[in-house]
Design a protein around this ligand. Structure first.
Ligand SMILES: Nc1ncnc2c1ncn2[C@@H]1O[C@H](COP(=O)(O)OP(=O)(O)OP(=O)(O)O)[C@@H](O)[C@H]1O
Ligand SMILES: [Mg+2]
Length: 269
């Protein structure tokens, strides 16, 4: 496994990512020092983009697993499957990454079943091993293996947070939305809409984010801002785009929607 960094970050095949702080350097250091990484932050703030950016920059294969409440340890490690009358072992994505090296990214890890933590624990302390009970193997993670997990601490219920014994196995980075000027630049670059026209949308997003916790579970994400700007860039009237991409996805409550539309009308004219 080549641990050297690819030099050009402007390369076309590296997904673009605007850092908010020193997270790129931290990721690189964690990679070099073989430390697992935990990313937390609100939906649509750039966690997934950050991981794909870093994997491409480091020139490391990335395998992403979106966790859900039915995801069990065997979905990550592998299982015996029937193939033409024979029973053959098929590696899961985590086992494959441990065997071959690369970054294994478990998105929304708190959603997964409890037995997943059992698999992750020996892999995320200094042993760096993956015991495969079913095959009797015990795989040692090579230097080119890294585990990255992410979750959104906001909307999980209390039962769905990580246990301290899991959480304390990771170097953690907290994500938030970018500062205003940088977010305008990102939304403009992602959507094609000029910065001068994106500015008011970001202004509105920041106002709506301030309402989080009162009427809203989550504020407008950068993702929704990109959607909204793309709709406008494609010719949709601004009010319609704002309604469809920045208001409707936030709430199902008619009263709250009316309130949000009033905020939008005051900002977007
Ligand atoms: N720092 C950033 N640099 C470049 N693009 C960004 C950045 N932050 C957000 N974006 C844009 O926002 C979109 C959503 O980001 P992303 O999918 O990474 O969010 P996420 O944090 O993984 O959300 P979720 O928790 O819902 O999975 C990206 O596709 C990209 O267009
Ligand atoms: Mg994501």
């Amino acid at each position: 496994m080549n641990l050297m960094l690819k030099t050009s970050s402007a390369s076309a095949d590296i997904p673009s990512y605007t850092p908010a702080g020193n997270e790129c350097a931290l990721f690189e250091t964690a990679w070099t020092r073989q430390l697992p990484l935990l990313l937390k932050g609100p939906t649509g703030c750039g966690k997934t983009r950050f991981v794909s950016h870093m994997a491409a920059k480091l020139g490391v294969p990335l395998s992403t697993v979106s966790c859900h409440d039915d995801l069990a340890a065997a979905d990550l490690t592998g299982r015996y499957l029937l193939k033409g009358g024979d029973t053959v072992w098929v590696d899961g994505p985590l086992t494959r990454a441990v065997r071959e090296g690369g970054i294994c990214y478990l998105d929304e890890v708190v959603e997964a079943r409890k037995d997943v933590a059992v698999v992750l624990h020996p892999l995320t302390d200094d042993r760096r091993i993956l015991p495969l009970e079913r095959t009797g193997e015990e795989l040692e993670a090579p230097p080119g293996f890294m585990l990255v997990v992410s979750y959104n601490p906001g909307y999980q219920n209390l039962l769905k947070t990580l246990k301290p014994s899991t959480r304390q196995r990771f170097v953690a980075i907290e994500f938030d939305f970018l500062p205003k000027e940088q977010e305008i630049a990102v939304v403009s670059a992602e959507s094609g809409l000029p910065e001068s026209r994106v500015a008011a949308l970001v202004e509105l997003a920041r106002k709506l984010r301030a309402l989080k916790g009162h009427d809203l579970e989550e504020g407008v994400s950068t993702r929704l801002l990109v959607y909204c700007a793309s709709l406008i860039d494609a010719g949709l009237p601004i009010r319609e785009a704002v309604r469809s991409a920045m208001i409707e996805p936030l709430t199902d409550e008619p009263d709250v929607r009316v309130g949000l539309l009033e905020v939008a009308d005051a900002v977007i004219r």
